[in-house]
Ligand binder design. Structure first.
Ligand code: R5P
Length: 316
């Protein structure tokens, strides 16, 4: 934890999306989790109440906008609005997983750019600053007018992988968008990199057009920012097996969105190991065969430095 800060100058509040992670961040900082209440009214509306004074204080709202995405976005807006109306000095939203980030461009005419719309909603609700972890694409940062601190779990995942790193694996990016991320992990671990050319046919369907790089006879480790339905990884594994990779494929991703029976389907497809982080509170990510590494120390370090007004550069 960065030095030079006084406890009591800031408040950390958690929405309902991942209270366990917020508690772990507070434990790292030796700082109590602030008191607030979240509820759903019978008609589905979101209610929040901050149960301690935030007047004149720096407030950190920890809330991944994971499924149910819309509820968690609105809850974060409600918390920010409540803080602003309660005279908080500064409101930072710590968003370990930013839902809608994949909606970052218009693939067809007459569709929205939801990542931008959500950014505007958060700003309008009173958020002054964002700290986000492994945003799906760098351009999402540009959708905000307020400062965005972009963090990555890549070094945390790399350290978790290092002890079991045998047989000189090749790090595989399942699509072109993941290539830069895979290259960074490859550099960190001293491994070579391969990239798959993916085309998305629908929200649930993708196809792999080609494998760029040497995977034949190699151990493959697929690295992505998120696993949602698991369709991307399953197609990637299929393409890698077809290209002659070794039978054991490992998968590493920051965000375990896990819609459907992802771990079971991965095991059935010959994926031997799944490593994710705890950005999302998800029962499916606690199943056998799934290892989780916590991003709480990273988020705590980021919060500590923001409180102390210190640079986050070497955390990026
Ligand atoms: C896409 O560009 C993302 O990085 C992920 O590869 C993808 O969105 C994961 O979704 P699913 O698991 O549903 O294929």
């Amino acid at each position: 934890m960065a030095s030079g800060r006084k406890s009591g100058e800031f408040v950390i509040l958690s929405g309902s999306a991942n209270r366990g992670l917020a508690e772990a961040v507070c434990a790292e900082l030796h700082h109590p989790l602030g008191q607030c209440r979240t509820e759903r009214f019978p008609d589905g509306e979101v209610g929040v109440e901050i149960e301690e004074s935030v007047r004149g204080l720096q407030v950190f709202l920890i809330q991944p906008t994971s499924p149910p995405v819309n509820d968690h976005v609105v809850e974060l807006m409600a918390l920010a609005d409540a803080c602003r109306r309660a005279s908080a000095k500064h409101v930072a939203a710590v968003i370990p997983y930013f839902g809608y980030a994949r909606a970052d461009r218009r693939k067809n005419r007459r569709i929205p750019i939801m990542a931008r719309a959500v950014a505007e909603l958060l700003e309008a609700s009173g958020v002054d600053q964002i700290a986000a972890l492994d945003l799906h694409s760098p351009q999402v940062e540009g959708f905000f007018q307020i400062p965005v601190e972009t963090l990555t779990a890549m070094p945390t995942l790399a350290e978790a992988l290092r002890p079991g790193l045998v047989n000189d694996p090749v790090i595989v990016a399942p699509d072109l968008g993941a290539a830069e991320r895979a290259a960074a992990l490859g550099e960190k671990l001293g491994c070579s990199v391969a990239v798959l050319a993916k085309r998305r046919l629908s929200g649930r369907e993708v196809e792999i057009k080609s494998v760029i790089g040497q995977v034949e006879g190699r151990h493959c480790l697929i690295f992505d920012d998120m696993i949602s339905t698991g369709g991307t990884i399953l197609k990637a594994a299929e393409a890698l097996f077809e290209a002659g990779c070794r039978p054991e494929i490992r998968v590493v991703a920051t965000h375990a969105v896990f819609r459907g029976e992802v771990p079971r389907r991965f095991r059935a497809a010959g994926i031997t190991e799944i490593l994710v982080t705890d950005t999302i509170d998800n029962e499916a990510a606690r199943q056998p065969g799934v290892s989780r590494v916590s991003v709480a120390p990273l988020l705590a370090e980021a919060v500590g430095r923001l409180v102390a007004g210190e640079s986050l550069k070497d955390l990026l």
